[in-house]
Design a protein around this ligand. Structure first.
Ligand code: HEC
Ligand code: HEC
Length: 245
C-alpha cells in the first residue's frame, strides 16, 4: 500500500516528467514551425520568446547590448538595417528568418575551426569579406581624404566636391562590396553608405580611419554552442524585433 506522501511524490514526479517531455516536444515543433505559425500559436510564441531572451542575456548582450542596439563596431540587431543577407525584398518571413539564422549559426568572419576546413581563410559558411586597408594598398593621404569626401557625398552630407572629382578614378574600387551607388551589397556585408546608419561613426576622422586602416569585425558562430531550438528562437525573435512585430 503506497502512503499518501509517497503517492504525492510519485504523481509530482510523473507531472515533472510529463512537463519535461512536453517542453522538448514544443522545442521540436519550434525548430520546424513557420514564423507565421509561431506568431499564431501562443505556446510556441511564449517558448520562442523565453528561449531567445535567455540566450540573448547569456550570449549576445555582452557585445550587442542587453537591448541589442549595439555600439561602435557592433551592429544594432533590432533596426531594419542588415549588413548580411537581408535585402528587404524577401517574399516570406521565413526567408528573412533564414538569412539571420545563417549569420547566427556560422558567424561573421569566424576563423575558429580546423585549418583544413577553411575556405579563403574563413570557417564553413561563415559570412566573409573584408574592408581593405587602403593605406596598406598604397593610396596617398590625399586620395584617402578624397574618398572620405566621396563617402560624405554618398550620405548627402557636406563635402568638398572638387576632392570627390579627384578620386573619380578610385571609387570603382568600392563598388564590389558597397555597390555602384553606395547602397551596400549584402552577400559581402558591405554596409549601405548612403543612409544615416553608421557602424563605425560618421565624423570625418572616423570615416578616414575605416578607409585608411580597414576593418575585420567578427561575430562568433553559435552552431556548436546553442541548441537548434535556441538558434531558431533567436532568429525569429530578432527578425520580429527588427520588423517591429
Ligand atoms: C564577441 C562579440 C559578439 C558576440 C558575443 C555576439 N556578436 Fe553578433 N556581431 C558582432 C559583431 C562585431 C558583428 C558585426 C560583424 C560585421 O562586421 O558584419 C556582429 C554581427 C551580427 C549579426 C549580423 C548583423 C547584420 O547587420 O547583418 C547578427 C545577426 C548577430 N551578430 C547576431 C548575434 C547573436 C544572436 C548573438 C548571441 C547568440 C551574437 N551576435 C553575439 C559581435 C558579437
Ligand atoms: C572587399 C569588400 C570591400 C571593399 C572593396 C570596400 N569595402 Fe568598405 N566595407 C566593407 C565591409 C565588409 C565593411 C564593414 C566592416 C566590418 O564590419 O568589419 C565596410 C565598411 C566601410 C565603411 C564604414 C561604414 C559604416 O557604417 O561605418 C566605410 C566608410 C567604407 N567601408 C568605405 C569604403 C570605400 C570608400 C571603399 C572604396 C575605396 C570601400 N569601402 C571598399 C567591405 C568593403
Amino acid at each position: 500500500m503506497i502512503s499518501l506522501s509517497r503517492k504525492f511524490f510519485l504523481s509530482a514526479a510523473i507531472l515533472a516528467c510529463h512537463a519535461g517531455f512536453a517542453k522538448s516536444d514544443l522545442d521540436d515543433r519550434l525548430v520546424l514551425a513557420s514564423p507565421d505559425v509561431i506568431a499564431a500559436t501562443p505556446a510556441l510564441k511564449a517558448r520562442m520568446e523565453s528561449l531567445a531572451q535567455s540566450a540573448i542575456a547569456e550570449h549576445c548582450a555582452g557585445c550587442h547590448g542587453a537591448d541589442l542596439t549595439g555600439r561602435i563596431g557592433v551592429p544594432n540587431l533590432v533596426d531594419f538595417d542588415w549588413n548580411w543577407g537581408m535585402t528587404g525584398f524577401e517574399m516570406t518571413q521565413a526567408e528573412g528568418v533564414f538569412e539571420i539564422m545563417q549569420t547566427i549559426l556560422y558567424g561573421v568572419r569566424n576563423t575558429n575551426c580546423d585549418d583544413d576546413l577553411k575556405r579563403y581563410g574563413g570557417c564553413p559558411d561563415t559570412r566573409y569579406s573584408q574592408m581593405p586597408s587602403y593605406r596598406d594598398l598604397d593610396l596617398t593621404e590625399d586620395q584617402l581624404n578624397g574618398l572620405v569626401d566621396y563617402v560624405l557625398s554618398l550620405a548627402g552630407k557636406s563635402h568638398d566636391a572638387a576632392a570627390v572629382e579627384g578620386v573619380a578614378n578610385l571609387v570603382e574600387l568600392c563598388a564590389d562590396c558597397h555597390a555602384e551607388d553606395g547602397s551596400g551589397y549584402k552577400p559581402f556585408g558591405g554596409p549601405n553608405l548612403t543612409d544615416d546608419v553608421w557602424l563605425f561613426g560618421d565624423s570625418r576622422e572616423q570615416i578616414f580611419d575605416v578607409i585608411a586602416r580597414g576593418r575585420v569585425e567578427s561575430c562568433p558562430a553559435w552552431a556548436d554552442t546553442l541548441s537548434a531550438a535556441e538558434i531558431k528562437a533567436l532568429s525569429v525573435y530578432i527578425y520580429n524585433q527588427s520588423m517591429g512585430y
